[in-house]
Design a binder for this molecule. Structure first.
Ligand SMILES: O=C(O)CCC(=O)C(=O)O
Length: 307
């Protein structure tokens, strides 16, 4: 069946409205939708902005990282983690890696067959004691992301992936795209393997300014290299390469990006944490499955409290 028919059947017969909103958010109508939702939920936005003033603690490192994020769309944040933070999570990552084969067997297949979701068997039991969540809820990270949004962020998820070698034709997130998880969002990435050369599959993107030169269709699609390089000079590509524990934030809704193109004999382990501002642009969005266990600061607690 043709794609449009499948879409219409899904929305009008199967009542899969998420599919409809996903479509809307890939089009220029996203702006209108976001404006409308912010008007309706202005109290939530105001409240989270006030809570940010009350509970966040800012310093010069955070302010200058936020300036860079606003100008370029990305920033390195290695300096916001201590060796202790990373050692703890590293041990956990290694234990996950040892379970790769078992996790792979139980995994629901997706189009992204170039990676294994190592955090997957945690999916329904993500708590604030999980090391991926703990590191994503570090106060200085929440303060930086919050400063960027102008309100306390919501941590939607944290996902650990093990990327494996693949060959062209590349697919989905291996192609150039902007993320559509929300109109205001940031992703934090931390490598848990060395990503030093192209074959290691570095996260690859254009700055916020250069990304504006890339034109897409009415409903945004993933774009092939040759199309992108006809609109923006490929010399402007930015690749994040570094030793394991390299950490960075990127506004992937504003910076065209792709990655996870690994050569034979290479592998990459990466944590991706998604933060959004509220209200979400999706009528059913702005929620997180993360459950609170034990003591947390107000800043952390609000960061796992959706609408
Ligand atoms: O795997 C990568 O390097 C790219 C990830 C990506 O496209 C995303 O998180 O949106």
């Amino acid at each position: 069946m043709n794609k449009a028919l499948v879409f219409l059947k899904d929305v009008f017969i199967n009542h899969n409205f998420r599919r409809f909103w996903l479509y809307v958010n890939k089009t220029p109508m996203q702006r209108m939708m976001a404006g409308f939702r912010r008007l309706i939920f202005r109290n939530i936005e105001k409240q989270r902005a006030q809570q940010f003033q009350n509970y966040a603690s800012l310093n010069e490192d955070i302010r200058s990282a936020c300036e860079k994020l606003k100008t370029d769309g990305y920033v390195n944040i290695d300096n916001l983690f201590s060796e202790r933070d990373l050692l703890e999570i590293d041990k956990y990552v290694q234990s996950k890696k040892e379970q790769t084969e078992e996790i792979k067997k139980n995994q629901i297949p997706t189009k992204k067959d170039f990676w294994i979701r190592l955090s997957d068997n945690e999916k329904n039991e993500l708590t604030t004691e999980n090391p991926f969540i703990k590191i994503s809820l570090k106060e200085n990270i929440l303060s930086l992301v919050g400063l960027y949004f102008g309100q306390i962020p919501l941590l939607e998820y944290a996902l650990l992936t093990l990327s494996q070698p693949s060959k062209p034709p590349y697919k989905v997130s291996q192609l150039w795209h902007l993320d559509k998880d929300n109109d205001r969002m940031l992703k934090m990435f931390i490598y848990f393997t060395d990503v030093l050369e192209n074959g290691d599959g570095p996260f690859t993107f254009f700055s916020k300014e250069d990304s504006k030169k890339i034109k897409n269709s009415f409903a945004m699609k993933h774009l092939e290299d040759h199309l992108v390089y006809s609109m923006v000079d490929s010399k402007k590509i930015i690749q994040i390469k570094g030793r394991k524990w390299t950490a960075f934030l990127c506004d992937t809704s504003k910076c065209y990006h792709m990655g996870s193109r690994l050569d034979e004999g290479h592998e990459r382990i990466m944590l991706t944490s998604l933060y959004v501002a509220l209200p979400s642009v999706y009528p059913n969005g702005g929620k997180t499955k993360i459950k609170k266990i034990g003591q947390m600061s107000k800043l952390q607690e609000i960061s796992i409290t959706g609408i």
